[in-house]
Design a protein around this ligand. Structure first.
Ligand SMILES: Cc1cc2nc3c(=O)[nH]c(=O)nc-3n(C[C@H](O)[C@H](O)[C@H](O)COP(=O)(O)OP(=O)(O)OC[C@H]3O[C@@H](n4cnc5c(N)ncnc54)[C@H](O)[C@@H]3O)c2cc1C
Length: 383
């Protein structure tokens, strides 16, 4: 019986494991392959719902599940921290124990770091705790400066800070705080959501303006103190409540392995997601994928999901002595919550950041419904 090692039970790992179970012929009581999924966290968080949590539109229990409830035939969850990866021999070490496989799929995501000691002053809304704590503070807020800060580049989910800003602005307005509150977004990016091209970026910029959100692009943080943010252009701004994206870095375990490419992230064949090592694949945020036009793909969950499905399908073909026949195309639909029960849709091929065909639609109720459905279906299907 073949064994597949799936490293990480986040977005990409979950899809990979479930698809492997389905496409490899596993059925209840009949397991043709063994799928070992390694994960260090006991709680699985649906990250796209964290901005809703920040403004009280979700409770913790609604956006989390226990990792060991992940369910698929032939799937075994092994709880623990992966300590070493040996891609050459398709082996890993977890809690001092070695596991070997015939195939390996690495989906370990990014490692978050506490740059500028931001954790002391604000809330890292890219975590369950940070989003929850921010909401607690927001409920007590009586007015002042609310800052949303992109602390460094690159960061996953490039639309998340914009979603957070729009949802917070809606909260402020609904709670009659607009007269004495400013919502500001500071970022080192030249513009919003650049991966989707100039048209979508312009639409999002206009939307922020319409909502009265103060937008500061090209603002790179140099330091933070109580109530003050300092930027590399010499400007400084006061804040009373701060939500920030953390510094994203390559996980140490990858840095120490032969998988780290010249950028530090894992380099893969952009079509097959196979690494330089045969039968070892990497998907999702851990990868750095340069498209044909030289653009670097954003770190977004819709890609991690597609990549997981494709890799699982192709591994199943290989196990059946068939040629892999699916390739990854960076296309998708990305929804951005805009407050007031609406979300905008950005759809297209994101392989070229100058692509004028990718457009962002005006926020609409059905966009919100699509986001809502995606969240509900994620838990229903996977746990
Ligand atoms: C606030 C927010 C909003 C977002 N909104 C969207 C959205 O609307 N649409 C969208 O497409 N994307 C969105 N994303 C991005 C999306 O969540 C990520 O791109 C996606 O989760 C990446 O999947 P992954 O499998 O690569 O990594 P992850 O989902 O991060 O999974 C990695 C897993 O590996 C585990 N792990 C790491 N190291 C180890 C180790 N040493 N041992 C054992 N386990 C380990 C981690 O605990 C984790 O469970 C959002 C992200 C955030 C933070």
């Amino acid at each position: 019986m073949k064994t597949i090692l799936v490293l990480g039970a986040g977005t990409g790992g979950i899809i990979t494991a479930r698809e492997l179970s389905r496409t490899s012929g596993n059925e209840e009581d009949i397991n043709l392959v063994k799928i070992l999924v390694f994960e260090k966290e006991e709680t699985s968080v649906f990250a796209p719902s964290l901005p809703w949590l920040m403004v009280g539109k979700r409770k913790k229990e609604e956006v989390t599940e226990r990792t060991n409830k992940l369910d698929a035939s032939g799937l075994e969850i092994i709880k623990g921290e992966i300590e070493a990866i040996d891609p050459e021999n398709i082996a890993i070490t977890v809690n001092g124990k070695k596991y070997n496989g015939d195939y390996m799929v690495v989906s370990l995501g990014v490692e978050q770091a506490n740059a500028h000691n931001l954790g002391h002053y604000g809330h890292n809304f890219f975590t369950l705790k940070g989003a929850t704590d921010f909401h607690e503070e927001l409920e007590k807020f009586s007015g002042g400066e609310i800052a949303i800060l992109v602390s460094s580049l690159p960061f996953k989910s490039p639309a998340a800070p914009y979603e957070a800003a729009m949802l917070i602005e809606a909260f402020v307005r609904t709670n009659n705080l607009s007269h004495n509150t400013n919502v500001s977004l500071y970022t080192p990016e030249a513009g919003p959501m650049e991966f989707a091209g100039p048209e979508a970026a312009e639409e999002l910029r206009k939307l922020l303006e319409k909502k009265g959100i103060k937008y500061y692009p090209n603002y790179e943080l140099t330091s933070v103190s109580r109530n003050q943010l300092e930027f590399s252009n010499g400007k400084s701004y006061a804040y009373n409540l701060l939500a920030y994206t953390p510094k994203h870095q390559v996980p140490q375990i990858i840095r120490e392995s032969a998988l780290a490419g010249s950028s530090g992230w894992v380099e893969v064949d952009r079509n097959t997601l196979e690494t330089a090592f045969k039968n070892v694949y990497a998907i999702g945020d851990i990868t750095s994928i340069t498209t044909e036009t030289g653009a670097i793909l954003p770190k977004i969950g819709i890609f991690a999901r597609q990549q997981g499905a494709i890799v699982a399908h192709n591994i199943s073909r290989k196990m059946a002595n068939l040629e892999p026949d699916q390739t990854f195309v960076p296309e998708g639909t990305y929804f951005i919550a805009a407050g007031e029960g609406k979300a905008s849709e950005t759809r297209g091929n994101f392989s070229d950041s100058t692509n004028p065909e990718v457009k962002m639609k005006a926020p609409a109720q059905w966009g919100h419904l699509s986001k809502w459905w995606d969240e509900k279906f994620w838990f229903f299907k996977n746990f």
